[in-house]
Every structure is written in C-alpha cells, then in structure tokens.
Ligand binder design. Structure first.
Ligand SMILES: Nc1ncnc2c1ncn2[C@@H]1O[C@H](COP(=O)(O)OP(=O)(O)OP(=O)(O)O)[C@@H](O)[C@H]1O
Ligand SMILES: Nc1ncnc2c1ncn2[C@@H]1O[C@H](COP(=O)(O)OP(=O)(O)OP(=O)(O)O)[C@@H](O)[C@H]1O
Ligand SMILES: [Mg+2]
Ligand SMILES: [Mg+2]
Lengths: 250, 250
C-alpha cells in the first residue's frame, strides 16, 4: 500500500496517482486507487464523479462496506471515490487517538485482493494524511523542481519523524521528481540536493513537464488513453517499471 | 485587506503574495504581508525565517500584540511571519464559533496603518482560510491554466457561498491567472471559461510562467530584487497597477 503524499500543493500527487495506477494495471497488476482528498480530483480525473456517491467518508466511518464503495475504474483497476462528505472527516475531532487508524481498519478485508493500493492525499498534514501514513507500507513523495519543494520536503520529513517515533512505525519513503523541466538549472540543482538527502530513494524516472498530463483529466482520461505517445505516458510507464523493480537513482 | 486564497495547491498564492506586496510597496503604498500558512513559505521567500520567532499563532491566540510580531521586511512593507506554532491553530477545536474571527480581531488596531494588507493562505479550507475570509474585504484567487484549477475554483465558490450566506458577508472576489503559459491551448481555454464565469472580475494582467519567479525565493528575494528585468517582475508590476485601478479583463 503506497500513500502518495506531500503537504506542498500542486506537486503532482493526483496526476501521479492516476497515471501510475493505470500504468501498473496495464502490466497486469491488480490495483486499487483511493481518493483521500475532499477536492476529489483523482475521481474527476478518471471521469468517475457522480452527483451523489458514497466514498471514503462513508467507508472510514463504518457506514458502508468496501464492496459498497469500490467502483470499477479500468481493467485491473478499481477506485474508491472521495465522495461528497470527505470534507467533514478532515475536521473530525472525536474518536481520540483511534481516528488515525480508520483507513487501515476499513481496508483490512480488501487489502489482499490487490497487488497495489495507491492513496491520493490532500495538500495538508491533517487527519486524512495521518490515516494514509498509518495505513500504508510505503510513502511516495512527488517533489517538483523548485525551492519551495525543498522547503516542503524538509517540513514533511519532520512531520513523519514526529508521528513515526511516537507510534514506533517504520514506513519506507520514496521520492519521485515531478513536473521536471530538464532545461532548468533550478530543477537540476533541486534534484541534486534531494538525491544527497535521500540516497537510493529517488526513483530513477523523473516525470517531465508535459502539457498532455494537464489536459487528460479534463477528458476524464489517463495519459495512456489520451495520448499514449506523449512523454507523460512514457515517463509514467517507466516509473511503474521502476516501482516493480525498486529502481532508485544513483 | 486582501485574502490570497485557493484551496487548490501550488497555484501561486505565495508567489503572488510576496511579489504583489513588494510591487505595491514600491509604488509608495504602505503594505502589510501576513503569512497564514504553517508551511511558512511566504516568510521563507522574503528570507525572514528565524529558528524561533513569534508569529500568527501567538497573535491570533492573544499571546502577543501586533507590535511584538510585525517585522520590517522591505521599504514600505512589513510582514507578520507564520511562526512555528501556526500548525497547532489549524487543528484548533475549542472556542466554538468565535474562532473564525480571531484574525480580524487581532488586526483591528493596526489595520488603519496600512494601505494594503495581503494574507497568504494555505491550500486547505480549514479554520485558517476561514479566518482570512472573515477578516478580508476582498479575496484574490490565483488560478493556474489547467483543468483541476477549474474544478478547484468551482469548489471554492461553493465553500464561499456556504460561509457567506450563513454569516451574511459580501466579500469582493477577484481572479488572477497565474503560471500562465501563453502558447498552451489549455491555458487559453481555461482563461476563456473563467472570464465567462467571472465577468469583469479577472484582472487584466496574467502572470506568465517564468523560471525566475521559482528561483527568487531560494535567495530570500522578491522578483524585483532577483531579476527586475524578467517577465515575472513586469507582470507583478502590472498586476499592482491593475489592483490600484481595479482594472479587470473584458
Ligand atoms: N508532469 C506534468 N506536466 C504538466 N502538468 C502537470 C504535470 N504534473 C501535474 N501537472 C498539472 O499541474 C497541476 C497540479 O498537479 P496535481 O493536481 O496532480 O498536483 P497535486 O499535488 O495533486 O495538487 P493538490 O496539492 O492540490 O492535491 C494539475 O493541473 C496537473 O494537471
Ligand atoms: N509564474 C510562475 N512561474 C514560474 N514558477 C512559478 C510561478 N508561480 C509560482 N511558481 C512556482 O510554482 C510553485 C508553486 O507556487 P506557490 O508556492 O507560490 O503556490 P501556492 O499556491 O502558494 O502553493 P501552496 O498551495 O503549497 O501554498 C513554487 O515553487 C513557485 O516558485
Ligand atoms: Mg491532488
Ligand atoms: Mg503557498
């Protein structure tokens, strides 16, 4: 189970979750994508938003079972939509320390049916992100090639350390460079810094900036359906291979 | 008082707050910039982060006065840093319905000393954004030229309507197109859609994508200090003029 996480906004969490999920599914892996962001952009990107549909809030609050919220998204790939009540959960205060485990508990029965579960997280470090961190075995951190991205990454690491030391967790962290503009000096400097902080934990494939990746969600399509010949499709296909083989950048 | 707001991440709220504040200050306006994001990127962008400094949390909780947290940032421009405890406020639950007014109350004494107060908001629709909305006379919504930006804007409007109707508020909304890539079909389509939803409320100047805008915060500099000849500097200078004259796009 992989939590796609970064409290920094707009770094490509959703774009990565939707296209990486589809890329893995296309290699024959059984994939479940989870939209844990009240913005519901993952659900919209797949073209699966309905005016009223049960989703993550109903599941995590125990009002619906996994079978009642899972929808078939593509071949080999299912989705649990955000649903329209997920915003309420973000501000949930009762339940005390148990409320960090709602996601993990609600997925226990279905987890083994899938080879990969990818969780799209919101840009904040609240209770939803906490649930993803406590449920997942790995965290995939999309990082864009700019200064605020480095700042955000340092802060994220602090947040992880704080949560994990108090709960005695040990989640694997991986970084993927996103929105990568190969010709920019800044992007290369940032990549160098990140590789020094995360030796052997930066995936070899960087996702390059490619307008088709920004266009495809508007058609409710993944990059493979929208423009399979684009750099965006190539990069996510390669990233899926890196993940299957654990291929980091050296 | 202008709340720079959009729950969508990475659309240029911080980049806009820092450079627009400086542009206004350079025309002689007295400006106060407020970092309301626990990420503290605005503070970092100005090069003003200290290891321990009182900031917005201490001010809003009444532990420090405005005089004790305001720092001189540039000529004609002051800043209230985020401070290291702002994250606690994001998850504040006691205080009931009064906690939406903490920001407005805490700024009452200093508000008249400034011609413009710009508030950089976090990418979420929690209590901090609520405080900014209730304190500000206007909201400036940076929007990037892509599909998820439209989705985010629609959702933001729903959130505003919900809050404003229940509190009988009537805040002016303005949109500024950011990270604008002039050659992209997608960006132009998005601009067209937004102008149809917000007639006369889209500022005439769009902020173009310019790598210098991403580089300057890494040096603790605004675009005017870093590269005054860049498109980024030109665009924010023009946007400041638009704001002073209320110049919308037609
Ligand atoms: N490699 C890329 N090339 C071009 N555009 C991209 C790329 N990755 C993401 N984008 C675009 O950038 C914007 C932000 O990406 P996305 O929404 O995936 O980020 P996010 O981290 O999920 O944002 P949020 O923090 O709001 O959840 C989107 O409009 C998306 O289409
Ligand atoms: N016009 C632009 N040209 C080039 N880069 C830009 C531009 N505007 C913003 N950026 C870069 O894009 C990234 C996101 O911008 P920024 O941090 O200002 O957005 P934000 O909305 O404040 O994000 P968050 O939601 O995390 O608060 C930053 O690295 C910034 O330097
Ligand atoms: Mg997202
Ligand atoms: Mg910001």
């Amino acid at each position: 189970m992989i939590a796609v996480m970064n409290q920094k906004g707009g770094v490509g969490k959703t774009t990565t979750t939707m296209n990486l999920s589809h890329a893995l599914a296309q290699t024959g892996q059984r994939v479940l994508a989870i939209d844990l962001d009240p913005q519901a952009h993952l659900t919209a990107g797949f073209g699966l938003v309905r005016r009223s549909q049960p989703g993550m809030a109903e599941l995590m609050l125990g009002e619906k079972s996994a079978d009642e919220v899972i929808v078939l998204a593509r071949d080999n790939m299912d989705l649990i939509p955000a649903g329209d009540r997920l915003g309420e959960l973000e501000h949930l205060t009762d339940g005390g320390s148990k409320r960090g485990w709602l996601l993990r508990d609600s997925l226990q029965d279905v987890a083994e049916e899938y080879d990969y579960i990818l969780i799209d997280c919101p840009p904040s470090s609240g209770i939803l992100g906490m649930n993803a961190l406590l449920a997942a075995k790995e965290v995939l951190i999309p990082v864009s090639g700019d200064f605020f991205a480095l700042q955000g990454l340092a802060r994220l690491m602090g947040i992880f350390q704080h949560i994990e030391s108090s709960l005695n967790l040990n989640t694997e962290k991986w970084v993927v460079l996103t929105r990568f503009q190969e010709r920019r000096r800044l992007a290369k400097d940032v990549r160098e810094k990140i590789m020094s902080y995360f030796p052997k934990r930066v995936y070899r494939t960087a996702i390059r900036e490619a307008v088709a990746l920004a266009e495809s969600p508007g058609f409710g399509q993944t990059i493979f359906e929208y423009q399979a010949s684009s750099n965006g499709a190539k990069d996510y296909k390669e990233l899926a291979k890196d993940i299957l083989k654990g291929k980091a950048m050296h």
